[in-house]
Design a protein around this ligand. Structure first.
Ligand SMILES: [Zn+2]
Length: 252
């Protein structure tokens, strides 16, 4: 199971569940390298396991079928939709800032196994407010640039060509927003367009997790290869390992 290159046999985390949970590819890249004297790290990571909803966060990326499809049949997973969540616990972790760069405790990427169809739909839905003004502007631009039309417009009012372009951009954004909303309404019957409504995010929220950027709309990053290092990226089998105990070689 373990394909990681763990070289630092002196490390207090070597061979423990805590090490497996941190899931670093090798000891040199581990953020805890040379600073694992604090046994509280095992308590922190034990707490991390307790804060997992049923199935653990690993079930999202280990699924072979799409986790964003509703109902059956679900599409074959071909990429991952990443959504970051954070927890206020553990407080001391926030102070140490070892596992997290934010003023939060734990921070994990939720990696939803996702099919090609769901990915295309989410991207189209989120980019419609950008695509529509561009398309509209490209349609009106030739009319403004062709002298014959421009002249006719200027005869009505000098600012009219400019106003037409501005209307295409601003109006296009509004139309795009509306189209995006209508499109979302249409597709959300058979997929989770906004992952914040996903049952797993609901279960995470019940355990005290919050979206890392709660004020933003649920922005998803798509990736072909899943994030495979750091907290929350270890396979589900790791969570079943016996709890880590501090090795104290000097006492032996
Ligand atoms: Zn899907």
């Amino acid at each position: 199971m373990d394909e990681r290159r763990l070289t630092d046999t002196e490390c207090a985390l070597y061979g423990t569940k805590s090490c497996a949970l941190l899931n670093m590819p090798d000891c040199d890249k581990c953020p805890l390298k040379g600073r694992v004297a604090d046994p509280a790290i095992h308590d922190d990571l034990k707490l991390f396991c307790e804060l997992q909803p049923e199935g653990t966060i690993a079930s999202l990326f280990e699924s072979e079928t799409c986790t964003l499809c509703k109902g059956e049949p679900k599409g074959q997973a071909s990429c991952y939709a990443v959504f970051d969540m954070a927890h206020t616990e553990p407080k001391k972790l926030a102070k140490r800032k070892l596992l997290s760069r934010q003023e939060t405790g734990f921070m994990v990427p939720l990696q939803f196994a996702c099919c090609g169809k769901c990915r295309r739909r989410i991207l189209l839905q989120s980019y419609l407010p950008l695509i529509t003004p561009i398309v509209l502007t490209l349609i009106v631009l030739p009319f403004v640039m062709i002298e014959h039309f421009a002249q006719t417009m200027r005869q009505v009012a000098g600012w009219l060509p400019f106003a037409v372009v501005a209307a295409a951009i601003i109006g296009g954004y509004g139309v795009g927003k509306l189209l995006s909303y209508l499109y979302k309404r249409r597709i959300e019957s058979d997929m989770y367009v906004d992952v914040r409504t996903h049952p797993f995010v609901g279960a995470m929220t019940e355990k005290g997790w919050r979206p890392l950027f709660p004020d933003r709309t649920a922005h998803l990053a798509f990736t072909k290869k899943r994030i495979d290092r750091g907290l929350g990226t270890a396979p589900s089998a790791v969570y079943d390992l016996p709890d880590a105990v501090i090795r104290n070689d000097e006492e032996e």
